[in-house]
Each structure stands twice: as C-alpha cells, then as structure tokens.
Write a protein that binds this ligand. Structure first.
Ligand code: NAD
Length: 423
C-alpha cells in the first residue's frame, strides 16, 4: 500500500490505481492474465520540447502523453500544465479516464497528457509555442479515432483551439473532433464548461436519495472554487442544499446561513479567481474546510487531501469527489468503516468526459445541440451510471469506489475478450 503524502516521501498515485484494481479483480475473480494487461498503460510517449522564449533564449520542456487503454475506443483525457507534472501522475490520471469512460458507458478508452512547466511564468506567446510544439510532436498518435485531448489543470478552451489548429495544419484537414473543451465557435459543446460540476451535483443528489437524506435539510462544504468547485456549489444550491463553507488556494470562508454562491462566483471572477475578501461570509482557517461540520463535503481542488490523518475527523455524511484522487486508500477505508458514502472521482466527476463525448459526437455529425439537450443527456447518463454502480455495491457489499472499479474492469475486460488479444 502506498504511503500517504508527506513533505519528504513522494507518493506514487499509480499505486492507488493498482491497489483498487487488485481489490476489484479479486472480488470478481478476474483472470490474472487479463489483470496483467489492464494494469499497465498501453502506450507512453515522452517528448522533449525546445521552445524559444520571448527573450530569444531556448528552454527544453518535458511533455507526456499516456494512453492507458484503447480497448473500448480511442484514448480520451485532458492535458495538464503544472510544475509537478510527472509520468506517475499522468499514468494514474490516464487509467482513471479508462475507468470513467467505462462506468459512463461511453465509447472511449483512457489517456492523459501534460507538460512539466509553470504556466504562470510563461507569456501567452510562449504558451502557444509550447502547445503547438507538443501537438506537432504527438500529431501521429492523436486524432479523432486515436486519442482526443481536453483541458485539465491550467489548460483551457484557448489551449484546445491551438491544438486543433496545429493538428489540422499537419493533417491538411479541418479536424475539430481531435480535441474537446474547445470554444463553442470552433465546434465546442454548449454545457461543457458546467458539465463536471453539474455531474457532481447529480451524483450527490442520487447518493442523498439512497441514504434517505432530504436535500433541503442538508449543508455542504467545498474545497476549491475553480471550474468544478464553483459549479458544483451552484448545482447543490439549485437543489436546495445550503453551502456553508468554501475554500480556495488563498483562504476559506463560512456563512452558517448559506453563502450566496452566484454572488461569490461573480466576486471571484472580478478578483482574479480568488474568494478572499468576500463580504457576505466570515474567514475561517483554510485547513478546517475538510472537517467542517456539514452533511456533504466536496473536495474539488487537489489530490491526496483526505488522508489517514484527517479522515476520522470528517463530519460529513457524503463525500462527492470533484477532484481526481483526493482520498488516499487508507483514508478511504476509514471513511467506509465510519459508514460515510464516498462518491468516487471516477463516477462523481465524470460529467466532464461525458459532455466531451457529446462534443465529439456533435463535431463528427456537424450538427450542434442546445444546452438543454446537453444537460438532459448528461442527467440521463449520470443517473444511469450512479444506479449501475450502486447496484454493484449492493451485490458485492462494497463501497461505491470498489463497485466503480468492478463495473469498469468488467466492461473493459469483456470487450478485451471479445476483441481478443493480438499476441
Ligand atoms: P481549477 O484550476 O479551475 O480550480 C482549482 C481550485 O482549487 C481553485 O479554486 C484553486 O484556488 C483551488 N485550490 C488549489 N489549491 C488549493 C488548496 N491548497 N486548498 C484549497 N483550494 C485550493 O481546476 P478544476 O478544473 O476545477 O479542477 C479541480 C479538480 O477537478 C482537479 O483535480 C481536476 O483534475 C478535477 N477535474 C476537473 C474536471 C474539469 O472538467 N475541469 C473534470 C474532472 C476532474
């Protein structure tokens, strides 16, 4: 079992993937030969990217693309720009994409990419050159039928537009379906921006229903107020839940009467993304957010934040993992033993990849849906996936996380067996 994160011992996130995979495989007595195949990424590409900086000097950046599985369809997964991007993290994120797509029943495999860089220190011109060089180096392994990137931490619709343009220049064809999360005028889908947060809200609602909780009597605390956290908060408020505490990288706030989330979103937009200084709430210590007294906790910022050190102090009844990998396996066990419902990342935040799938479908059709169409289909997909996972958790008497892995592993290996192993 992987050790929890500390200042000195780096954690292998991929170990988490293997640990859960192993538990799920045992529960369904998976053929060890199949396990051997799915526990490793299918293809790993590392590129060294020489970029001319604005001052005329050159810097060489390292980029990754890990295609974990293409068994159920082309690779699918975001691209992250961050100083801590490394092969272990990208590989784990790629594997999670495989499981997410399988749980949602969408015809994709799993992939992820990243460049080790600090985007805050790069100009727009440097970011564009870095993105184009990364895309050019990977052009042979990307494509609507091969592997379809999307935004992740520190990348956005503009990054996707550069990728789409570079790829189209290389292939000589207008290929909007090579990426998702694009601007709507370039073939992006309506509803994509809010999809992950809305999906978090839908799964929380379903979990509350399963536990017999009344939404209008529930309170919530949210760590992270970026794309996922802010939209998840809004979605919960629309369901009648009171959001009483939120935090971001700069600090944390509480209002026991309920934070006016729409007003806070507008405030953050005007304040460089930060919630600090918001007048309608009181400042609290940032590290109190995860153990804040509430019914629903949404970690929507970072990996490895719920650990064996704080798991026992969590007061919430339901945790909806908006972020990828927020809970260590040791903490997960403590939470399960306490009777908490943890909606695992590979189910809870899968609204994003689901609407990415809708975007890919619309691009290939050349016919675009209304926002209501997208939201209705998202609702249908999230509810169906939640129920499938919930049924498996009852059948195997296990957590929703292990049930999600069981469902995903079964769906991937069933297709693998049908296709056969080209050995
Ligand atoms: P984002 O950059 O928009 O927001 C991140 C938020 O986390 C910001 O508010 C930031 O201030 C906050 N944060 C950073 N460090 C923090 C800390 N130490 N304490 C409290 N808050 C902190 O990113 P996002 O797109 O919202 O992604 C958040 C998480 O959700 C990531 O794990 C990402 O992989 C995952 N995710 C995102 C999507 C998507 O569609 N955006 C889909 C699936 C999963």
């Amino acid at each position: 079992m992987a050790e929890p994160k500390s200042a000195t011992i780096p954690v292998s996130i991929y170990e988490y993937v293997l640990e859960y995979l192993d538990i799920a495989a045992k529960k369904i007595s998976l053929d060890p030969n199949l396990l051997k195949i799915i526990e490793q990424p299918r293809k790993v590409t590392i590129v060294k990217l020489p970029i001319q900086m604005d001052d005329g000097s050159f810097q060489v950046f390292t980029g990754y693309r890990v295609q974990h599985s293409t068994v159920r369809g082309p690779g699918k997964g975001g691209i992250r720009y961050h100083p801590k991007v490394n092969l272990d993290e990208v590989s784990a994120l790629a594997a999670w994409m495989t499981w997410k797509s399988a749980i949602m029943g969408i015809p994709f495999g799993g992939a992820k990419g990243g460049i080790t860089c600090d985007p805050k220190k790069l100009s727009m011109g440097e970011l564009e050159r870095l993105t184009r060089r990364y895309t050019a180096d990977l052009a042979d392994i990307l494509g609507p039928e091969k592997d379809i990137p999307a935004p992740d931490v520190n990348t956005n619709a503009q990054t996707m537009a550069w990728i789409m343009d570079t790829y189209s220049m290389h292939t000589g064809e207008y290929k909007s379906s090579v990426v998702t999360g694009k601007p709507v005028v370039l073939g992006g889908s309506r509803g994509r921006h809010d999809a992950t947060g809305n999906g978090v809200g839908i799964t929380v609602r379903e979990a509350a229903k399963a536990k017999g909780l009344k939404l209008e009597e529930c309170t919530a605390a949210i760590q992270g107020f970026g794309n996922v956290g802010s939209i998840a908060a809004l979605s919960l408020v629309k369901m009648g839940i009171k959001v009483v505490a939120v935090s971001d990288v700069n600090g944390a706030l509480e209002n026991k009467g309920g934070i006016p989330i729409k007003v806070l979103i507008d405030y953050a937009k005007e304040n460089n993304g930060s919630i600090v200084g918001f007048p309608d709430a009181k400042v609290i210590e940032a590290d109190k957010i995860l153990t804040y007294p509430c019914d629903i906790l949404i970690p929507a910022a970072l990996e490895n934040v719920i650990t064996k050190e704080n798991a026992a102090d969590i007061k919430a009844n339901i945790i909806g993992e908006g972020a990828n990998g927020p809970t260590t396996p040791e903490a997960d066990k403590i939470l399960y033993d306490k009777g908490l419902t943890v909606i695992p990342d590979i189910l809870c935040n899968a609204g994003g990849v689901t609407v990415s799938y809708f975007e890919w479908v619309q691009d290939r059709l050349g016919y675009f849906w209304t926002e209501d169409d997208v939201n209705n289909r998202l609702e249908e997909h999230m509810v169906r996936a939640f129920r499938h996972v919930h049924d498996v958790s009852e059948e195997f008497d296990c957590s929703l996380r292990i049930a999600s892995y069981i469902l995903a592993v079964k769906r991937v290996t069933d297709v693998l067996l049908l296709r056969g192993v080209y050995a």
